[in-house]
Design a protein around this ligand. Sequence first.
Ligand code: ATP
Ligand code: MG
Length: 256
Amino acid sequence: MVPPAIEVSDLAISYGDEVIFSRESFKLKGYGLTVVIGPNGAGKTTLFKGLLGLIPVRGRVLINGIDVTGKAEEAGKLVGYVPQFKAEDYSFPINVKEIVESAIALRRKPPRIGFPREVRARIREVMKMMGIWDIRSKPLLELSGGQRQRVFIARSLVWDPPVLIMDEPLTAVDPIGRADLVKMIKELAENKLVLVSSHDPSFFLDKTENLMVVNKRIVALGSPKEVLKEDLLSKVYGRSVFLVEKCVHVVDGYAI
Ligand SMILES: Nc1ncnc2c1ncn2[C@@H]1O[C@H](COP(=O)(O)OP(=O)(O)OP(=O)(O)O)[C@@H](O)[C@H]1O
Ligand SMILES: [Mg+2]
């Protein structure tokens, strides 16, 4: 299988008069994790929606060499999407299995009744992989933050897409659920190109190939070592950035 790739050229996105991106170009190639950081309102969600063809863009977006610019249906065949959590979007009566099934149901032509055996098997497979098979009848409203994210990740995996985009998957997840999720996301990145936005990249740093800093433009894209520099981050986050003194521990067998 050809390794996955996202190639963006001259991407421009605006909401009315508000320009979020103007002529951004970048390439991401191969399996692994790219973490997107940037303050609130920086444009992380906008960038993801632009890549997915969910909002109008100018420029060009190629996924695995296929031009998906502005074509949500085409992009959706190659990219699994876990949208950012917004409490108000989740108050409808639907259970865990129905959410995962919606990845298939929405793509079929009516009448959308029943699933072929192999589809049912795939749905069960991804739900077991994400550890949510045993809670398949639970209503969405009764899930913990971590369970809810695993349901939406399972949904994004039904078609086994080569690229995954996850928008702040750790938001509203408790510390234990978060550790599980981080592990799962890192495992998924072993054979997919995974783009994940996060307000705290530290959870992913040991497995991050690329760190992208966004602030109404793409400020930086490189390895964590190249990007995590105080001067660069101060320009983006202002006074929220502070350097914690380097701390060296030596554990050489002597009791402390
Ligand atoms: N549908 C929309 N219509 C108009 N403006 C929008 C829309 N969506 C986002 N914006 C604006 O675009 C800018 C970028 O928003 P976006 O949601 O992409 O940021 P973000 O980096 O994802 O922020 P957060 O960390 O809060 O999720 C913000 O100024 C926001 O108000
Ligand atoms: Mg966002």
